[in-house]
Structure formats: structure tokens, C-alpha cells
Design a protein. Sequence first.
Length: 409
Amino acid sequence: MNSAASQLSPFSHRGFRHYLIAQNCSSLSFQIVSLAVSWQIYAITHSAFMLGMIGLMQFLPSVLLALPAGHLADQYNRKTLIVTGQVIEFLAVVGLIALPLLSWLSTPALLALVALFSIAKAVEGPANTSLLPALLPAELLSKAMATNQVFREAMVIAGPMVGGLLYVYSPEAAYGVAALSYLIALVMIATVRYIPVALTRLPMTMKNLFAGLHFIFERKDVLGVISLDLFAVLLGGVTALLPIFAQDILHTGPWGLGALRAAPSVGALLTGVWISRRVFTRHTGLIMFGCVAGFGVATLVFALSHNIVLSLLALVALGGFDMVSMVIRGAMVQLDTPDAMRGRVNAVNSIFINTSNQFGEFETGVLASVLGTVPAAVVGGVGTLVIVAIWMKLFPSLRRRQQLTQSAE
């Protein structure tokens, strides 16, 4: 582990390899289940409201249980928490297979299993994120995170396709493959060698639950990184407006909308492959700010474009810039946080990410209804650039930061 050869690639570390397989089998299962459940519920109800309920069942546990889950991740064996969560998710998928066999298939039953599935994912989430830094040297963390994100983007692209093809045969076929994928994930994560640090048990008091938030406000670099992500995503997201751009501005059909939705993932995937082979050793803070600014510029180009090719290229660039800044931000948060606090800090970070993604789409939609589609997207791009300028002024140590593992004084 300390040899130069072993530090060349995160794949040199058995624990990371098993973790990566587990993560991506779990991600594939989630994508398949998400597609199959939404299609099945719509086939039963033909109700857009019920489709919205699926999102609500997924969103509420991720926010309401984040702080307790973060506390658990700092107090108990993280691998055990992940295995427990994935066992429950596996059982929920088995339940989806069993519903029609037991003649219990109904919308409430499907939503109840989605809720159970989401609760398990919420509980294991902070432990999952916090486990990775313990599996390989700190200098390889950014490579490992980039590699993990590359595979995750691939699952986001491939999962719905696999789920859709399987669903054509039957919903049970889709759920069956998802269950099998979860079994592989369980075996892989169970075989990760992880020895938790012995800690004094802390009660689940309000002070301990909010310790992660207190820590973030005490560490300026961590606060700067997390808040930059929060406000940039709140202002710069254009995902909610893509159907309007596709139909009314770019004058394309469903195929064009599909291409627009896939373009950021393509950019993230290609960029992730590139940065997974590199280590950030100089001007890391400036690179991060530059990529968030690039995200804003790409948003502006997309907002003003009337050409489908230019719009696709802008979204590819947007995804690439976001990938670089996301990897740097994620690695900084992990490396600046002591292991005993990682669960609670990652829990707070996940709340910010979920809130900014969900509320950002709402904010963009409201702004578009008031100003119009193009002006709303322009405001988002300009707002992102303004946030970058303000944050570079507010957090000078973050701006001067050279490496992921050290801050300028």
C-alpha cells in the first residue's frame, strides 16, 4: 500500500476494486428498478401525480434520514451499514417480483416498496461515501472518485436501456435482473477488507446530529466547496427546461430531447476517463473555480443557441466541466474531514446536493414562467459566474489551494 507501484492506480487496491463493482451493480439495479416501477405505476394509473409520488417517496427519506444516517456512519461499522442497507434493497426488489404472484399488485403496494427501498438507500448513503477514503491512499482519492463517477455515468446511461429492454419481456424480468445485480453487489461489498477505527459511542442527541453542520461552518475550505456547489447548481441547472428548448427553440422531436438529456452524461463520462488517470498537484483551487465558471459559460452558450449541434456541444462541455469540479470538490471535502466526522459531514453534503438539484429545477421552472425560457437560462449562467467571482473573494484560501490534501495558509 505504501509502495510507489501500488499508488499508481486505484485498481491496484483490492478493496477499491470490490467497492467499485459493488457500487456499480447497485447503481445498475437502482436504474432498472426506477424505470420499471415508474412504467408499471403509469400503466396502472395513467396519472402524472402518481409518477410525482415516486419522486416524493425517494426524496423525503434522503432528506429526513440524512443526519441520523450520518451519525450512524460515524458510530458503527460502515461496511455493516452498507450491507444492511443493500440487503433491505434486495428484499424490496424481491417484493416487487412477488406482488403479482401473490395478487397484491397495486399502486400503494408499489409505492410502499419504493419507500422501503429509498429508506435503505438513505441509511447506507453516508456510510457508502465515507468508506471510500479508507480503502486507498489519500493521493489516489481523486483518481478513485473520478473512476467511480465514470462508471456511475455509464450506469445512468445503460441502466434505463437495460431496464426498458427487460420490461418489454416482463416487469418481473427487469426486477429479477436487478435482484441478481444486488446479490453481486452484496458479495463484493461484504468481501471488502475494512477495519473501522474504535470510537467512543455518542448518543444521538441534537448536538451530535448537527455536529457535521457545525464542523462545516468551522472549516472555511469545506464550507466554501459545499456552498459553491449548492448555489452554482441552484442557479445554473437547465435540465428542467430541456423539453421546452427541444420543442420550441431547437425545433426537434423526442429523439432530440433524448440526445440533449444524454449529452451532459457523455461529457462527464469522457472527462472522467481523462481525469481518472491524473492527480491534481498544482492550482487545484483555481482549476475548480475555473470549471464552475466553465459550467456557467456552457450554460450561457446553450441558452443562446438555436442550433442543435451547438446546443449538444454546450451540454457536453457543461457535463465535462461539472465532472472535474465535482471530483475536486468531493475529494476536498473527504480529505479535509477527519474520519470520525465523515459520515455526518457527508450527510449534510448530501442534503445540500439533493436540495440544490430538486429545488434548482423548481427555481428554474418558476423563473422561466416569469421571464421566459431563454432569459431564465441566461440568468442561470450569469448567476453561476457571479457566484464564482464572489466565492473566490470570500474564500481566498480555497482560491490559493494547490493540492487536494493541503491548503495555503
